[in-house]
Design a protein around this ligand. Structure first.
Ligand code: 5AD
Ligand code: SF4
Length: 351
């Protein structure tokens, strides 16, 4: 596709060359409407993905081991006040068995995910991490929310390699409204500790939150760049009927994909998954993400009876079932010439 010299094309070219984009330039890319320009953005991100992290797609197997949560985020089906949620906690042996399955299925990383559940004390989590590290070759990623510095330190010493903690939104106002009793400042402090402890650090946000502007999304990109995230998870907001946001509109697939592409262009060599939430909103959109900057796939290994109850947003379990998990996608990855990654797939810094 040739580019007539227009402002959006100039900005896409600048981004592809690794030029530092301003907030306005990021907002302009996120606001692209013309389908040919949007496609050009996706293609630029796809080229940067190939040059920076190669063609491999890395698999991270997720275990959702507890859906109890002490928080009350307005958007989430696991929020404390949702009395309709049927809560569960997995035993350590069960989690360990699933981690072994994950290794047997060709994943190189296990992601231990839960709501913020104090029942899994620092000692219990450390024991679990140690057992997984000695019993498998898996990289261990934790996604268990905000904790004190000492906990993050203990998990790291027990062998945890990576930590995912989405910042959710870079707008302090929106964050305060959506996460009662929490502040963006504290969330960022946790991310700084995690970075300082030398975890590979994942952050990310939702797209299409009620009241969120394109300027807010540009701030998300700048925050992600500023904190030098190693992994970035982006997904659409999807309203859940048992939450205060039940009547709000969901995010738009194209905006999520544009955001993903811009983050690839700006962050260069990070690991970026195509998220389940994208699949819920738009099955093809989740595949499209792999041609717009994504290089990670995260199949869920939570057993069906539990997975149904890990309903952060509606439709999540159905997408996971369809993943079957990986089999459906292997054919697709083959068709676009993308091999499954063999090593642990950590960030290979290219800068
Ligand atoms: N729609 C989309 N994503 C959501 N999350 C929580 N609730 C929703 C929702 N309704 C995301 C948040 C959280 C992650 C576990 O799931 O970003 O960090
Ligand atoms: Fe809990 Fe996370 Fe849901 Fe917030 S988003 S209620 S912290 S599980």
């Amino acid at each position: 596709m040739t580019c007539t010299s227009s402002a959006p094309c100039d900005t896409i070219a600048k981004a592809e060359d690794g030029g530092a984009l301003s907030r306005e330039e990021i907002a302009a890319l996120l606001s692209l409407r013309e389908p040919s320009e949007v496609e050009r953005l996706f293609q630029a991100a796809d080229r940067v993905r190939k040059a920076q992290v190669g063609d491999e797609i890395f698999l991270r197997g997720i275990i959702e081991f507890s859906n109890h949560c002490r928080n009350n985020c307005l958007y989430c089906g696991l929020r404390r006040d949702n009395r309709d949620a049927q809560r569960y906690r997995m035993e350590d042996e069960r989690i360990l068995g699933l981690a072994r399955d994950i290794q047997a299925r060709g994943c190189t990383t296990v992601v231990l995910q839960s709501g913020e559940d104090p029942c899994y004390t620092v000692e219990r989590m450390c024991g679990l991490i140690r057992r997984i590290k000695t019993g498998t070759d898996l990289a261990v990623t934790l996604s268990i929310g905000q904790r004190p510095y000492e906990d993050y330190k203990a998990f790291r010493e027990a062998g945890a390699d990576r930590y995912l903690l989405r910042h959710e939104t870079a707008s302090a106002d929106l964050f305060a409204r959506l996460c009662p009793g929490r502040s963006l400042e504290d969330r960022i402090q946790c991310l700084k500790w995690i970075k300082e402890l030398d975890y590979e650090t994942g952050m990310g946000c939702m797209v299409g939150l009620p009241g969120q502007t394109v300027g807010d999304l540009a701030d998300d990109v700048l925050l992600i760049r500023g904190l030098d995230a190693d992994m970035v998870g982006i997904g659409p907001f999807i309203p859940h009927e048992h939450t205060p946001l039940k009547d709000c509109l969901p995010g738009h697939t194209t905006l999520v994909l544009k955001m993903l592409s811009v983050i690839r262009l700006v962050t260069r060599d990070t690991n970026i998954p195509s998220t389940t939430a994208l699949g819920v909103l738009d099955g093809p959109g989740r595949k499209k993400a792999f041609e717009a900057g994504a290089n990670v796939f995260m199949p869920v290994f939570t057993p069906q009876d539990y997975a149904e109850r890990y309903e952060i947003y509606p439709g999540k379990g159905d997408v996971e079932k369809a993943d079957g998990a990986i089999l459906d996608f292997k054919g697709f990855f083959d068709s676009i010439g993308r091999p499954i990654g063999k090593g642990p797939g950590g960030r290979r810094r290219t800068r």
